[in-house]
Design a protein around this ligand. Structure first.
Ligand SMILES: Nc1ncnc2c1ncn2[C@@H]1O[C@H](COP(=O)(O)OP(=O)(O)OP(=O)(O)O)[C@@H](O)[C@H]1O
Ligand SMILES: [Mg+2]
Length: 146
């Protein structure tokens, strides 16, 4: 597991951008961490790193936003997804392996996550701008953060 501390929105975007540089195009990136953790900020940086420069917001009502860049990016917000039937109707299972899936509120679909999903948990630190990232599934690329 990789642990990184972010001190600003910009640093969080930068973490997303760094991770984008090692993606092959079919990853599932499952994000954990409640309201205002920085999941969307991270996704904005990741998408920017893949060449999508138009900005990113939480797809709360749409459930999934698609961004076309180096890879297709499927940005999910699972906040309102409470059962497998809901999940199925988002198209989640069809998107898998057809692009990079970035998932906010993965807490709600934990049962549907594959073992090789990249798991990112964001926790608050002591100061209001501190976020602690715990990243599982990218240990072999730890050098991108140094
Ligand atoms: N280090 C930091 N990284 C990211 N965001 C930060 C940081 N410090 C403060 N913030 C603030 O936290 C908020 C993060 O918002 P963001 O929309 O990315 O969260 P989110 O996890 O997507 O929330 P939601 O679950 O509501 O979609 C912003 O208001 C941002 O200014
Ligand atoms: Mg969000």
């Amino acid at each position: 597991m990789i642990r990184i501390v972010s001190k600003s929105v910009k640093e969080t975007e930068e973490i997303g951008k760094k991770i984008s540089s090692v993606l092959k195009g079919n990853e599932v990136i499952a994000m954990f961490g409640g309201l205002g953790a920085g999941k969307t900020a991270f996704t904005r940086g990741l998408s920017y790193g893949l060449g999508f420069e138009y900005g990113v917001s939480s797809p709360t009502f749409a459930i999934v936003n698609e961004y076309n860049a180096k890879f297709n990016i499927y940005h999910f917000d699972m906040y309102r997804i409470t059962c497998e039937e809901d999940l199925y109707s988002t198209g989640y299972y069809d998107y898998i392996d057809n692009g990079v899936l970035v998932i906010e509120w993965s807490e709600n679909i934990e049962y549907a996550l594959d073992d090789n999903a990249i798991r990112i948990t964001i926790e608050h630190g002591n100061d209001e701008n501190i976020r602690i990232f715990s990243i599982e599934g990218l240990d072999e690329y730890e050098n991108i953060f140094s």
